[in-house]
Design a protein around this ligand. Sequence first.
Ligand SMILES: *Cc1c(COP(=O)(O)O)cnc(C)c1O
Length: 372
Amino acid sequence: MIPFLSLKDVTALHGAEIEAAVQRVVRSGWYLQGQENAAFEQHYAEYIGTRHCVGCANGLDALIWIFRAYIELGVMAPGDEVIVPANTYIATLLAITENGLVPVPVEPRWKTLEIDDAAIEARITPRTKAVALVHLYGRCAYTERIGAICKKYGLKLVEDNAQAHGCKYADGRVTGSIGDAAGHSFYPGKNLGALGDGGAVTTDDPDLAAAVRALANYGSQKKYVFQYTGRNSRLDEIQAAVLDVKLRYLEQDNAHRQQIAAYYYDHIDHPLVTLPERLPDPQNVYHLFPVLVGDGKRDSLHNFLEQSGIGTVIHYPIPPHRQECYAKERWNTPQLRLPVTERMADEELSLPIGPAITLEEAAEVVKRVNTF
Ligand SMILES: *Cc1c(COP(=O)(O)O)cnc(C)c1O
């Protein structure tokens, strides 16, 4: 049996240190807004390369708080438009629509699975205020062209770094430090995962960081004084302590993912299975290993592997614009055509990858895929 992802095995890799960290917090008697958060925020900001890091309850909230803070600071207003990759996980769109902003979905490139930077400029209107750049699957989605477009039109570049902890652009900058602000998720299955929910915002902008910190703490900067109508969206001390341990192993864990991915790239050989364009290692931390399966055979490959005891998952079977929750939105007109996104949803299949899977298991996966 080769599971798609065994969180039990992932935790066991650094089990003793994680358990010691949890025990330290349990025995401390201090469970929220304490030293563990302060330490993790400092270490994570240093690692990403930003001046500020603000912990919050989860990755969706991190993204919600970035857009909400820009609204509170007068940079954006409800009704403004945000460019977003059409094939992202729905959380990126929810963060936009939650704030009364309007998502403008842009197609990905078939070869890279990331937003097509050549398709962005045509979608910009006087209401466009930001580009939500998603480093989907762990691949760096930033390009010089995207940076230039944001500069030319005065757009905020908001990174969704939920799937790309430790990923680096070609010039060495770590994703999460490239744009004006970034949302990070520490959902257990992510490259940097907690033992529950967790998230963070990184930015160099002190005003944005302060607004996010207040919004995630009832809208308060000073005890019992409320500047915004915020919510309770804090990272707890146990999760911060666990994340601080796992952050120390992130580079090592990502290197292992890259080794597994290299094996897949070098050995998968099947006429129906296409691998996305290969990036040099620091630019892909392989949160997932997506392949595209042609001829309408994606589901049969999934079943074939399942019968062999190999777990695979589809990311994602229904794109956001085809979801019921967005069926009646003004931006989601019947004329909206996103053929690349829709074909991706029909052909994508993610093979097992992670810090705990072995090369022998990867070899078994390849053997089965190649005999499909
Ligand atoms: C996981 C994820 C999120 C949301 O993170 P949560 O911590 O689960 O709320 C946002 N965007 C993308 C691309 C994700 O994969």
